[in-house]
Design a protein. Structure first.
Length: 446
């Protein structure tokens, strides 16, 4: 499952970096957290920051200021480096990394290589990983087990409180791709085409996701994801499945473990069909940990859900506004539309273009006869073109969120719903999905 000669095959701890020529690639949260970790353990160890594109010339970490090397200086630093600590956004298949002889590691690898009393649970999936990670953390804490969640969800792993029984780490495909350590439990919730601009091919994306399972003592996999891996010839041992009748599965609101009814879902958010896999994934982890599944199911009643995930902002002039800005895939947008079937629904979709296949989204919209679609951004243009090919007449192409909301208001009757579920990242137009959500709420009058 390795594609580059310089991906680490063995554990590397921070202390192993002593005396090495170190490059930290990326100046965001992960890059700065990597620097802080090195400074804490090796205060006299030099290293340099590199980054692509335009931006500030200096980054400050723990009171220390570092120049940021760009352009030719970036390339030179990589060729001279012994070790590159790569931020997730930098593709593992970047030409400069391929050409470099440096070992490539990450904050997650360095942190995981350190001894821990707590057990660490890694959770990945094309969709559902954030809900699964936060739901599991909620359930564990409700069951008097101390748990903290971090990782791709927005909190660097080094910021976790060490005084816990469990670390729950959300792992992106970017982080899973060169993961070399070992989780106590690894979970693959779901698998769909995604992030092809980073991974290069669909096969690489699936293999990079599966790498998390290859580095986990216990492996929990959704039945559909397992079938997808098998169809691509990716053989990863799995000892726990979910989502089929002989294991944890859901029928309506009833939750079964095999043939045994363990209780009912009462949480309206988790009752939505696309969350059933997340619920079963959490219950599977609970069972593997030797905890009580019925107690875990009861604890789910108080789960609040994620910000910007199908969040109902409220009504204006008889129209319900829903913020699903965290949606970055066609499947998550489809799941959001499924959650609000019935009333006339206007979808606002589009954003950064990662070259993924939007045909399933266009097919769904055409088949379901969605009230209206407002397309935004580079991927919005592709969605718009696909809808035209399917003879969908109620699609519009706009340039800004203000225009998108104005058009949605004009298109949505009283009793209808305006749903922001972009099926794309926010890059380019917004700093992140939170800012996108904030702008949507502001121009909508909330």
């Amino acid at each position: 499952m390795r594609f580059l000669k310089n991906i680490l095959e063995c554990s590397m701890r921070v202390d192993d970096l002593k005396g090495k020529k170190i490059v930290i690639w990326g100046t965001g949260k992960e890059g700065q957290a990597s620097a802080a970790l090195i400074l804490d353990r090796l205060p006299n160890q030099p290293f340099v920051f590199v980054d692509e594109g335009e931006g500030p010339e200096i980054v400050t970490v723990a009171g220390h200021s570092f120049p940021i090397l760009r352009g030719q200086k970036l390339a030179s630093a990589l060729f001279e480096a012994d070790t590159v600590v790569k931020s997730p956004g930098v593709s593992l298949y970047h030409p400069l990394l391929k050409a470099s002889r440096a070992a490539v590691t990450s904050l997650l690898n360095l942190w995981m290589a350190e001894p821990k009393k707590a057990r660490v649970i890694g959770i990945t999936g094309t969709k559902g990983k954030s809900t699964t990670a936060t739901l599991l953390t909620h359930v564990l804490n409700s069951m008097n087990q101390k748990a903290a969640v971090a990782g791709n969800i927005g909190t660097p792993v080094t910021e976790c409180n060490d005084n816990v029984d469990y670390f729950v780490v959300e792992v992106s495909s970017y982080q899973a791709a060169n993961f070399t350590e070992t989780f106590n439990v690894g979970v693959l919730v779901s698998l769909f085409p995604e992030h092809l601009n980073w991974h290069g091919t669909l096969d690489k994306y699936y293999r990079d996701k599966a790498n998390l399972l290859s580095h986990s003592k216990r492996k929990i996999v959704g039945a559909d994801a397992a079938a997808t891996l098998a169809s691509h010839g990716i053989d990863v041992a799995k000892d726990v499945l979910f989502g089929v009748p002989d294991v944890f599965h859901i029928d309506g609101s009833q939750v079964f473990q095999g043939a045994v009814l363990i209780g009912s879902l009462t949480n309206s958010f988790l009752l939505r069909a696309h969350n059933h896999g997340n619920v079963c994934a959490v219950l599977s982890v609970i069972a593997v940990l030797g905890l009580n599944a019925e107690e875990a199911l009861n604890a789910m009643a108080a789960y609040k859900g994620l910000p910007h995930r199908q969040c109902e902002l409220g009504e204006k002039d008889g129209v319900l506004y829903v913020d699903d800005s965290i949606s970055t895939t066609p499947q998550s947008a489809i799941a959001a539309m499924e959650a609000f079937t019935g009333p006339p629904l206007t979808l606002i979709a589009g954003g950064f273009d990662r070259a993924i296949d939007y045909a399933p989204l266009a097919d769904y919209i055409a088949h379901k006869k969605i009230n209206a679609v407002v397309c935004l951004g580079d991927s919005g243009k592709r969605i718009y073109d696909l809808l035209q090919e399917r003879n969908v007449k109620n699609a519009t192409l706009v340039s800004t969120m203000q225009e998108a909301v104005n058009k949605a208001k004009q298109s949505t009757p009283k009793g209808g719903i305006i749903l922001l579920s972009p099926a794309a990242p926010s890059y380019g137009m917004f700093k992140n999905f939170e800012e996108r959500a904030a702008v949507f709420a502001d121009v909508s009058g909330f």
